[in-house]
Design a protein around this ligand. Sequence first.
Ligand SMILES: [Zn+2]
Ligand SMILES: [Zn+2]
Length: 238
Amino acid sequence: MAEYKVFSDLHTHTYYSHGAGSPRDNVLAAIDRGLECIAISEHGPGHFTFGVRGKKLERLNFEIAELRREFADRIEVRNGLELNVTGFGRSDCPKNREDYGVVIIGYHKSVAPFNRHALGIWGESLLGIKNDPHRNAEGILAAAEACRADIISHPNLYLKVDVPYMAKCCRQLGILLEVNSARVTLSKQELIAIKEAGCGLIIGSDAHTPERVGDFALASKAVTEAGVWDAVRNARPV
Ligand SMILES: [Zn+2]
Ligand SMILES: [Zn+2]
């Protein structure tokens, strides 16, 4: 069986939110690990505790642009953002979405339910009254489509989603589903269903320390066990 190498890490955090290293530390770690591309994808402004917003977000983007220029001949550096679903079909997507090199979206805790629909999602699911994976999938899919997201992070984390349905929709929308290497949130059956739907996967470290940038061990193990490497868009046979 062919061996695969993951060549990019589009999901990393820094001390701008609740990570430990600087953007520069993450870029240097990615170069060290032989990656071709890295994104700094901080938590979006809608996250109460970790969200990066306002002047701080501007400073981060400026810093990433500097790093992009400095390391242009060694690695591609992208400015990313990991958005939060803030309601059914809604997110904290910034107005200048087009200025971002990669946009990720995921369900997170500590996000305000801003409208009636959000209360529906969070109330039903987090209070354990009713957990409807199909509705949860529809809520994030509508938000992902509205902000033209590239990736949905850690499906099933915090809120269970209907993965086969999500995969069908994501194939049509051109959105990739993440195999998160900090904790794998997709079962073997779900990984196979994603591949069978023709939807692409992407492996991300979700690193919160420079040491974990490019750490794809858990995701790689899950992808190997499910036999779905050919659906992973940031890996190629070596
Ligand atoms: Zn996340
Ligand atoms: Zn993350």
